[in-house]
Design a protein around this ligand. Structure first.
Ligand SMILES: Nc1ncnc2c1ncn2[C@@H]1O[C@H](COP(=O)(O)OP(=O)(O)OP(=O)(O)O)[C@@H](O)[C@H]1O
Ligand SMILES: [Zn+2]
Length: 570
């Protein structure tokens, strides 16, 4: 049994996530966690809402409530959406909790003691009318690169470049719209990333087990050269900046920058998890001096988060000179795109998790998003693609197989797994196929190649239909009931296998199938070393029911209706 620690990029608190967010972080992490649990590993999958920063403050003020209230509400909405999608977090925490504040302050203290944090005076945008500095998104203006007129202080939504608020042309306050702006000096804490350049590069050089996308992004940043970064902001909402346990002089109105505290929440969320239960120990997952050296740590995220996880957060971790666990495998994703453009939370473009569940059960979306995971490149979401994946893979291939064989057992074999007959050529063929394909499927999962894992799962389901075409129990039944019984028996064992194989990607469906044929919990596992045994696992005489219809087909009128409702279309 291995110990596997899994985290997915923390969903930001400003509103329910879209299907792109889901597909690029939480969903594949969930599939991987489920796979590892089915293999019998000891899995801890933690996630949390990322609650600090200017977008949360701005959204709360737009809603006319306090940031705390806003985050309380939004956290609950995201928790419920995750539950609706069957995301099997062991813990879904919050970066605004005490544990994260303490740990963030601890890291800052260590970094400063190790000469990696210093106070520096820098130029900041100050709004005279608002009486405050305007960090990040509190200031908007014209992008110095592309002349887009509504660029935000931290990033231009048009050309995608990262910006410094003082670079904006004709800046104005996002709070009041005031153009009465001055550039003033203010003191901030800077993280001296440049000093850590060699350490980080040496670590990335050794990270041969990382999938390609993550490594290439890490090298891009390393090649450009690490720059020292301000890790505090002029805000009230966030982790307070302390010195010797008291507010740091000059920093009373400042907090840590959200990107400094957010990844620390991976650890803090594990503390939240530990404190919420008996006999749970967070240190054995995170401290290599306390048992975490046998933990394999896997992170999931979209490509824009990679730099923070391969460079900035490791600077914090290594810079502390304490024995923290670092990531072993980092799985990054490209974008799921929405009709040639981007899914966007701020512009409400695309389909959001709560809306999706209002249309169809979670497994439909899970299957499509994993089968089309944006792994090698960006992957477009299209209603037609969704329709065809559901109708052909789920309804025709899996649904039909399960339906045909279970109904036939009920109608011709009194709803019990039949005895009689002997296995022959067709069964030998079937066994051969599975002996080749099951190890391939396992290796796709191990390598976190989710598209390929879905394709191979589908291919194995299709082998079942091919087997029935060869074995033809319905034809044989007329002349030789025993010969028909062989096909039904193997078919039912395949139903059980297919239900188990469904569990990582479409867990509700897998459960429905396994419940209908009465597979006990302890037999729902990914143990396929002995394929002959897998194909004869079910006891003769066991009662079998047909599950209710597993999937309803998506009709063209649905596609039209949703295209109308959500935009999309050509
Ligand atoms: N279209 C997308 N396809 C795949 N992954 C995405 C997509 N958009 C965001 N992600 C990833 O989703 C995760 C959670 O993102 P987060 O909550 O920070 O929202 P975001 O990146 O600000 O998205 P948006 O800008 O659309 O609100 C991150 O790992 C991010 O990289
Ligand atoms: Zn721009």
């Amino acid at each position: 049994m291995s110990r596997i620690l899994i985290t997915s990029a923390l969903p930001y608190i400003n509103g329910v996530k879209h299907l792109g967010n889901l597909a690029g972080s939480m969903l594949p992490a969930d599939v991987y966690a489920r796979f590892k649990r089915l293999k019998g590993d000891d899995v801890l999958y933690v996630c949390a809402t990322d609650e600090h920063g200017t977008p949360a403050e701005l959204a709360a003020s737009a809603a006319g409530i306090s940031v705390q209230e806003y985050c309380d509400e939004q956290h609950e909405i995201q928790r419920a959406a995750g539950e609706g999608f069957g995301l099997s977090f062991d813990w879904f925490g919050r970066s605004s909790r005490e544990q994260n504040a303490k740990l963030t302050q601890h890291f800052a203290e260590k970094l400063e003691a190790n000469g990696l944090i210093e106070e520096r005076t820098s130029k900041q945008v100050y709004s005279v009318d608002d009486g405050r500095f305007l960090p990040d998104r509190y200031v908007e203006g014209t992008c110095p690169h592309c002349e887009f007129e509504k660029a935000r202080g931290d990033q231009c939504d048009n050309c995608g470049r990262l910006l410094d608020p003082v670079d904006l042309i004709e800046p104005y306050s996002a709070v009041s719209g005031s153009k009465n702006i001055e550039i003033r000096d203010t003191v901030h804490l800077f993280l001296l990333q440049e000093k850590m350049q060699d350490t980080i590069r040496a670590w990335v050089d050794e990270a041969e087990t990382w999938p390609q996308l993550a490594r290439s992004i890490a090298y891009k940043w390393l090649d450009e050269g690490l720059q020292d970064r301000a890790i505090t902001r002029d805000l009230k909402w966030g982790v307070p900046v302390l010195k010797d346990g008291k507010p740091r002089p000059g920093f009373e109105d400042k907090v840590f920058y959200v990107w400094f505290d957010a990844p620390v929440e991976y650890i803090a969320a594990t503390q939240e998890w530990a404190e919420a239960g008996d006999n749970r120990d967070w240190e054995s997952w995170w401290r290599t001096d306390k048992g975490a050296d046998d933990v394999s740590y896997v992170q999931f995220m979209g490509k824009d988060n990679v730099a923070f996880h391969t460079v900035s957060f490791p600077v914090t971790i290594f810079g502390s000179q304490e024995p923290w666990k670092t990531v072993d495998k980092l799985k990054a994703f490209n974008w799921v795109t929405w009709y040639g453009g981007k899914f966007s939370t701020s512009q409400k473009r695309g389909v959001f998790m709560d809306q999706a569940l209002g249309i169809l059960p979670s497994d439909y979306w899970r299957w499509y998003l994993i089968a089309n995971a944006p792994e090698g490149s960006d992957a477009p979401f299209t209603w037609e693609g969704f329709q065809s994946a559901i109708n052909s893979d789920l309804a025709n291939v899996l649904g039909n197989f399960v339906n045909r064989i279970t109904k036939y057992t009920v109608s011709k074999f009194d709803g019990v797994l039949p005895d009689g007959g002997v296995a022959g050529e067709d069964e030998a063929w079937l066994e051969g196929e599975l002996k080749t394909r099951l190890p391939i499927l396992m290796s796709h999962y191990e390598n976190m190649e989710f598209r390929k894992a879905a394709a191979e799962t589908r291919a194995i389901w299709a082998v079942g239909n091919e087997y029935l075409t060869k074995a033809e129990p319905w034809v044989k039944f007329k002349t030789d009931k025993d010969a028909a019984a062989v096909g039904v028996r193997y078919g039912l064992n395949l139903v059980a296998l297919f239900g188990i194989l469904a569990l990582p990607i479409i867990p509700e469906t897998g459960k429905k199938i396994l419940d209908a044929i009465g597979i006990p919990e302890e037999h729902r596992s990914f143990k396929f070393d002995d394929v002959a045994a897998v194909l004869t696992a079910l006891p003769i005489g066991m009662p079998v029911k047909a599950p209710e219809v597993l999937f309803s087909k998506i009709e063209d009128v649905h596609v039209e209706e949703w295209t109308e409702k959500f935009g999309g279309g050509k």
